[in-house]
Design a protein around this ligand. Structure first.
Ligand SMILES: O=C(O)COP(=O)(O)O
Ligand SMILES: [Mg+2]
Length: 245
């Protein structure tokens, strides 16, 4: 991976050709748009309590976020990122977790600093906005409604909207087809290896934020085009591509 770094608009970027000309901005939810870790941890610990198991710290649960609800629950039950609990335990735990998360999906969750301002700038600049998340739709839609972001997105893809989720490129290629744009005319703002991997596989640009949930790894290890302090700086690194003549 090209280790040479450049500076542009007070941000460290990995390519010299900024600002990037794009038409579509895809934004990841957990760890990028919204700080959901506390509510995900609350639901996990209520589930563990119902199962007679000890609670986990928010930091531990935060390192489990990224690959959807079921993987989060498996990690909470086994303590292993790739752990597989016994099937009957998982079958018992899943509905308990979903009940608790549905009841607590918007207790402590809030937008990260710069998100409201950055989204407003992106809309003002005329970009098409999309949301791509591995969170299940039954939680994604009410959460985006409750936080007031739902109507800003022309399309919202959740972890169960398509046959495959990030790090598979399918959600990104689906969005490029939806807007009839080339992959290089779209960019994903994300916080984890799932986002960087999906974007690279789709041929899309990708910026990463350093404040999210990357399964315990440093975001600077990721193959992305820039590490941006917030969506405000992200908006300054792109321009609306003009339609091809
Ligand atoms: O739900 C998850 O595990 C992570 O979801 P995200 O894709 O919005 O980061
Ligand atoms: Mg994320």
């Amino acid at each position: 991976m090209n280790k040479q770094l450049y500076s542009y608009a007070n941000t460290t970027v990995k390519k010299p050709d900024f600002p990037l000309a794009v038409k579509v901005v895809m934004i990841d939810l957990d760890g990028t748009l919204l700080d959901t870790a506390e509510d995900l941890a609350l639901a996990a610990n209520l589930m563990l309590q119902d199962l007679g198991r000890p609670a986990l710290s928010v930091a531990t649960i935060k390192s489990y976020i990224g690959k959807g609800i079921e993987r989060l629950i498996k990690r909470a039950l086994t303590g292993d990122l790739d752990g597989e609990p016994e099937s009957q335990l998982l079958e018992k735990a899943l509905p308990i977790y979903k009940k608790h998360y549905a009841e607590n999906v918007h207790v402590n969750t809030k937008p990260f600093p710069g998100v409201k301002e950055g989204v407003a700038q992106l809309l003002q600049a005329g970009f098409h906005l999309a949301c791509i998340t591995n969170k299940s739709e039954s939680f994604t839609l009410p959460l985006l409604q409750a936080t007031g972001f739902h109507d800003y997105f022309e399309i919202i893809l959740s972890g169960d909207s398509l046959p495959r989720r990030k790090p598979d490129p399918l959600p990104l290629t689906h969005i490029c087809k939806h807007f009839n744009v080339q992959p290089h005319e779209a960019i994903l703002f994300g916080d984890s290896l799932n986002d960087a991997t999906a974007a690279r596989a789709a041929g899309c640009h990708v910026f990463c934020v350093p404040y999210g949930y990357n399964e315990g790894h440093d975001v600077h290890e990721l193959d992305c085009d820039a590490i941006v302090p917030s969506l405000v700086e992200a908006a300054q690194l792109i321009v609306k591509a003009v339609p091809n003549k």
